[in-house]
Design a binder for this molecule. Structure first.
Ligand SMILES: Cc1cc2nc3c(=O)[nH]c(=O)nc-3n(C[C@H](O)[C@H](O)[C@H](O)COP(=O)(O)O)c2cc1C
Length: 331
């Protein structure tokens, strides 16, 4: 597998210069400030907020506004909006711009019924012309560069990623990210690299970000090589493994595959993450949310099934520290 050459080490998206390694995918209920900080610390080239409802923002919902917060340490950071009406999306983008994100991303991929039933998320794949109008309306409303995250299509029968990407490009998007599965596929099967290659060929003037199933440095290199994409995006594989970004960067720089961190190091990284989560959200909410993250960190270890059960009961930092002690004793 070829490792990228040094003259290909950066890509510019809407004037924002990014390392050509891997960016963190937007993930609702996962990619909050604490998780994004961990990913940036390990070298994610950029991070994205959880998706935020355009209507929620326009109607002054407090939770939606909180999701828009961008801290300096997280930059470059994008905030992702979901919605289906160009006017609302433009007003939401103006509100979002007050938080000074580096980029604003439009969600055209979410398959969740609550979102799709309003015409937003992956339902937009049924109407590329509307995607174009939304991009245009946001472009006209703010100076923040706009990106679009699409899927392969709504279904295999109506596959139209190229058309959707072109509509976004023609209306002023500055990059296209593509999760190469259809809405109907949800997360089943594997992402279709050929779709990413076709989108890259069709969209000449702006970068294309490939996404789907990257779970190692070699998989990232493979996506670059087989699709010709400008950047890659990692989602699920960063859950409980934020160091994947360091592994990807290291591989591209040196051609060497970094091993997984030693147990002690993994536990220290997990503790740093969970302590930050609790600092951000308080112990009650923070520890509830820590349950899934801790289970991801401990996946695959000896006694993992027992740890998963314990993770599901964590309520205090004290519970969490005793779990760490137990893992150390067992291993
Ligand atoms: C828990 C979870 C939440 C997600 N939330 C979002 C989201 O808010 N917006 C979005 O565009 N995609 C969302 N996605 C999709 C991911 O961004 C990504 O496209 C998908 O997981 C495929 O990449 P992967 O194989 O690297 O995980 C989510 C995925 C997961 C697993």
């Amino acid at each position: 597998m070829n490792v990228k050459k040094s003259d290909e080490n950066y890509v510019t998206i809407g004037g924002v210069k990014l390392e050509r390694t891997a960016v963190l995918a937007p993930m609702a209920s996962v990619a909050d400030h604490a998780f994004r900080m961990m990913c940036r610390k390990f070298g994610a080239a950029a991070v994205t907020s959880e998706m935020v409802s355009a209507k929620g923002i326009c109607y002054g919902d407090k939770k939606s506004a909180e999701l828009l917060t961008v801290t300096e340490e997280e930059r470059p950071m994008s905030v992702q909006l979901f919605g289906s009406e160009p006017d609302f999306m433009a007003r939401a983008a103006q509100e979002a711009a007050k938080y000074k994100p580096d980029l604003i991303d439009i969600n055209c991929g979410c398959p969740v019924a609550k979102v799709v039933s309003t015409g937003a998320g992956s339902a937009l794949m049924k109407d590329p012309e509307l995607i174009g109008r939304i991009v245009r309306s946001i472009r006209n409303a703010t100076d923040i560069p706009v990106t679009v995250k699409i899927r392969r299509g709504w279904s295999l029968d109506t596959e139209n990623a190229v058309e959707a990407a072109k509509a976004a490009e023609q209306n002023g998007a500055c990059a296209i990210a593509i999760h190469a599965r259809t809405k109907d596929q949800l997360y089943s099967g594997s992402a279709d690299l050929d779709t990413i290659a076709r989108v890259k060929k069709a969209v000449g003037s702006i970068p294309v970000i490939g996404n789907g199933d990257i779970d190692s440095a070699q998989a990232a290199a493979r996506m670059y090589e087989l699709t010709g994409c400008d950047l890659v995006m990692v989602g699920r594989a960063a859950c409980g493994r934020p160091w994947i970004f360091r592994q990807i960067k290291h591989y591209f720089l040196t051609g060497e595959i970094l091993p997984e961190p030693a147990l002690e190091d993994k536990l220290a990284i997990m503790a740093e993450h969970i302590e930050l989560l609790v600092k951000d959200k308080g112990e009650y909410i923070g520890m509830k949310e820590a349950r899934k993250h801790t289970a991801w960190y401990l996946k695959g270890m000896k006694n993992a099934a027992e740890y998963r059960r314990i993770c599901g009961t964590l309520s205090t930092l004290e519970d969490f520290y005793s779990l760490i002690k137990q893992v150390k004793n067992d291993n």
